[in-house]
Design a protein around this ligand. Structure first.
Ligand code: E4P
Length: 214
């Protein structure tokens, strides 16, 4: 399973890379806006420190505008994956970008039907948002199960990025289902390492070590 880090914050990305846990990065307009710096400047810096795909989202609502933005973003680095919203205009853009050899990540996916369309359009990646479904009392993980079943049924090549991850169990459950990728906030990557018995065990080992024969 690949881990992407879900942030536009360079410090978090560098920490995740140092841990060896970053196979790629996903950003979105909200995450970029939080950084208070120009979009392209942030993307260039991310591409310089990450050895893997970096998702950058378009904001146009029509296919032509999406294509213009996408080509400009893709020209910045081979690592750029253009994030396209799951709307009909978006699917037109994905079809064309796939034909041009530009990698895409279809975002804001909330149903198996949407994921089916994205795969048929040729998306490189598809991002179902599980946390936002959980937030409205719909089990997000059921969506991952359904999408994986559909993609396996037909051999679709689109990789599933489990997105809107809120806690470690989201990652573990996604791994049990066999999802290709989880895009994870830095805080949750750090939480994955934690176990109280590890801390207690370490404390015990170190205290016993101090009492050893010299
Ligand atoms: C994924 O690509 C999105 O950036 C992200 O996972 C959205 O997460 P949120 O629901 O916590 O905003």
């Amino acid at each position: 399973m690949k881990f992407f880090i879900d942030t536009a914050n360079l410090d978090e990305i560098k920490k995740g890379v140092a841990m060896g846990m970053v196979d790629g990065v996903t950003t979105n307009p909200s995450l970029v806006a939080k950084e208070g710096r120009p979009f392209h400047e942030i993307l260039k810096e991310i591409c310089a420190v990450v050895d893997g795909p970096v998702s950058a989202e378009v904001v146009s609502l029509e296919a032509d505008g999406m294509l213009r933005e996408a080509r400009e973003l893709a020209a910045m680095s081979d690592k750029i994956v253009v994030k396209i919203p799951m709307i009909v205009e978006g699917m037109k853009a994905v079809k064309q970008l796939t034909a041009e050899g530009i990698n895409t990540n279809v975002t804001l996916v909330f149903s198996p039907a949407q994921a089916l369309l994205a795969a048929k359009a040729g998306a490189t990646y598809v991002s179902p948002f599980i946390g936002r479904l959980d937030d409205i009392s719909q089990p997000g993980m059921d969506l991952i199960n359904d999408i994986m079943t559909i993609y396996r049924n037909y051999g679709f090549q689109s990789e599933v990025i489990v997105a809107s991850v809120r806690h470690p169990m989201h990652v573990v459950e996604a791994a049990l289902i066999g999802a290709d990728i989880a895009t994870i906030p830095f805080k949750v990557i750090a939480q994955l390492a934690k176990h109280p018995l590890t801390d207690i065990g370490m404390e015990q080992f170190l205290s016993d070590w101090e009492k050893r024969a010299q």
